[in-house]
Design a protein around this ligand. Structure first.
Ligand SMILES: [Zn+2]
Length: 256
């Protein structure tokens, strides 16, 4: 059966780069969790209707024509422009790592179940978040992303013996990035461990097991969220070889 020349896709715009005088190449997350790259012709002309409908963070329904290398975007219907993220500087900083990480892990023709819905929900929750809550949405997004991609860290059971991570007088817990999780004191000798805040593992586990509504209801402070973001930054590098410039910018921006 011939592949149809045109198709519709729900997309979230992840990246834009210039092409020629007036075109853009867009990297987009498609509804099935795969990456779509397409040319938006004339998108940099001031009169183009693409500009507002295919801006970063926009969630749109787009018609695409298959091209030899890149598909060509034509009709676009805006579903959610995520204005809070695009117009509030703190929100932009907080949300940008999500797009950056998706753009680095999503692949053409390789669907990732639930990735689009999870990303859309995370972005939508910025509408209801106070600025100081925004980093917690991104922290929760990243630990959920790890789970979707099959590289979920073991946060509350020792990777050596299965003993649960408990509240302990010692605020630091052992963690092995090589072996993928928490390592209790009894198992210390068998693993390459680093010290990590016990509360960071507890917050990461709480974010992983919660909806974004619940994450906002936790009202985690900046310390808690940034602890998880720092942990996620290292986990991204160690397990997925992803180095997110946007995440490093969030960690050093000083806005929260
Ligand atoms: Zn153990």
């Amino acid at each position: 059966m011939a592949v149809p020349r045109t198709y519709h896709a729900s997309v979230i715009v992840l990246r834009k780069r210039k092409l020629g005088e007036s075109d853009l190449i867009l990297s987009m997350l498609a509804g099935d969790g795969s990456l779509v790259e397409a040319v938006a012709k004339g998108a940099r002309k001031p009169t183009s209707s693409f500009a507002t409908r295919l801006d970063l963070f926009c969630e749109s329904e787009v018609m695409l024509a298959r091209g030899r290398n890149l598909d060509i975007a034509s009709e676009v219907r805006l579903l959610n422009s995520h204005d809070v993220i695009r117009t509030n500087v703190a929100a932009t900083y907080a949300a940008a790592p999500m797009l950056d990480c998706i753009a680095q892990v999503a692949l053409p023709n390789l669907p990732v179940e639930h990735l689009f819905a999870m990303s859309s929900s995370a972005l939508a929750h910025f509408d209801d978040a106070r600025e100081d809550q925004m980093p917690s949405l991104t922290a929760a997004f990243l630990v959920k992303l790890f789970a979707l991609l099959g590289v979920r860290p073991q946060l509350n059971l020792c990777v050596g013996c299965g003993q649960p991570l408990s509240d302990d007088a010692n605020s630091l817990a052992g963690f092995s990035f090589d072996d993928g999780g928490y390592v209790c004191e009894s198992c210390a000798t068998g693993f390459e461990r680093v010290r990590i805040e016990r509360s960071t593992l507890q917050w990461a586990a709480a974010f992983l097991g919660s909806t974004f509504d619940e994450v906002l209801a936790f009202d985690a402070d900046a310390n808690a969220s940034f602890g998880v973001l720092h942990f996620a930054n290292r986990w991204l590098r160690e397990t997925l070889s992803v180095n997110s410039k946007a995440l490093n910018q969030l960690l050093t921006c000083g806005l929260f």
